[in-house]
Structure formats: C-alpha cells, structure tokens
Design a protein around this ligand. Structure first.
Ligand code: F3S
Length: 63
C-alpha cells in the first residue's frame, strides 16, 4: 500500500500528520506531504485509512 496527497486539493487542515505522523508531515506552509515515498508498512495501514477518512478535502489517496 502507498499513500499520496493531491496538492491541488490539500488545504492544510493537518489531520493527516496529526493522525498518522509516521506517514505524513507538513511542509513549510502547513500543507500535508507524504513521508518518503509514501509507502505504508502493514502496521500503519489502519492509520493510513484513518487519515484518508479524516481529510476534509479528500486529498489523500491510497494506491
Ligand atoms: Fe491536507 Fe487533508 Fe492533510 S487537507 S494537510 S491532506 S488532512
């Protein structure tokens, strides 16, 4: 599993990096970005889905 953020949709709500800091971080302006290549280890899959369902802009995709 991998995650990616659609930067055109992200408005910087920050729920992704609050809920799943191993998978997401914030850039200098508070927008979300994936950590590394966006690969999700098995024990982080639940956190990835939580982030997806909590992003108000639906900016996070699971690949
Ligand atoms: Fe952006 Fe959604 Fe995260 S708006 S900062 S991807 S919670």
């Amino acid at each position: 599993m991998k995650v990616q953020i659609d930067s055109a949709r992200c408005q910087g709500h920050g729920r992704c990096y609050d809920l799943a800091p191993e998978l997401f971080s914030e850039d200098d302006e508070g927008y979300g970005q994936v950590v590394g290549e966006g690969s999700v280890p098995p024990d982080e899959e639940r956190a990835a889905r939580l982030a997806v369902s909590n992003c108000p802009e639906r900016a996070i995709e699971i690949l």
